[in-house]
Design a protein around this ligand. Sequence first.
Ligand code: CDP
Ligand code: CDP
Length: 228
Amino acid sequence: MGKKIQIAIDGPAGAGKSTIAKIVAESLGFTYIDTGAMYRAVTYKAMKENIGLSDEKSLEKMLLNTSIILKPSENGQLVFVDGEDVSQLIRSNEVTANVSEVAAHPIIREILVAKQQELAAIGGIVMDGRDIGTHVLRDAELKIYMSASVEERAKRRFIDNEKRGIPSTIESLKEEIAKRDKLDSEREASPLIQAEDAIYLDTTHLSIEEAANEILNLAKEIMGSSDF
Ligand code: CDP
Ligand code: CDP
């Protein structure tokens, strides 16, 4: 097998990015990085410290004094904020409802993108988010834009929430997902769009294994090619 490559996976909420990215990373012996967890971590701390989510300056000051550490674990990735394991807390409805507002601030993105690029420098990376192929890892050898119908994505999230004991309904999730997709796609700073050189993967009717295999086959083709 050839060189260790960078794989960028972008797309809207509930498309299957993190689940499938984890499997792809594990199969290739690569590191998985969930960039959404970083935006969630900043949002979690800002809410805990009662910082106005529209107050970019105060958010910047807070972030520059915050340690956010991602640690690979059996279940994907653990997230620590100032030493506290917040892996579950950052998935709450409250954080989910506010994260897109925080993620829209250019300075917050600048700080987190620099950290993401530093983490990716080791090579052999699968990174998922909204702007990975268009911005964070512009030179990634493989870029995937993953999507699924909003109905399917809401259903998946409903099942996730039931497992985690987070109350929700499919209708409220459909609304929340559509709202977040709109904010993420329409913001000025690195909006969610498909990179020109990304491959579109619709997972609406694909099982997790089928979607992971599609990406693994593409990755193996690239890694085995004579370009490396
Ligand atoms: O897992 P889910 O799709 O719900 O979201 P996530 O990947 O945890 O990302 C949460 C939010 O962070 C997104 O809705 C975006 O507002 C923001 N985000 C971003 O702006 N850029 C990224 N690279 C990753 C996430
Ligand atoms: O990271 P993202 O928000 O794109 O989605 P996810 O958190 O990986 O996936 C949301 C849920 O959909 C998870 O519980 C996955 O197991 C499930 N899923 C699925 O049922 N079928 C797929 N083809 C992909 C994901």
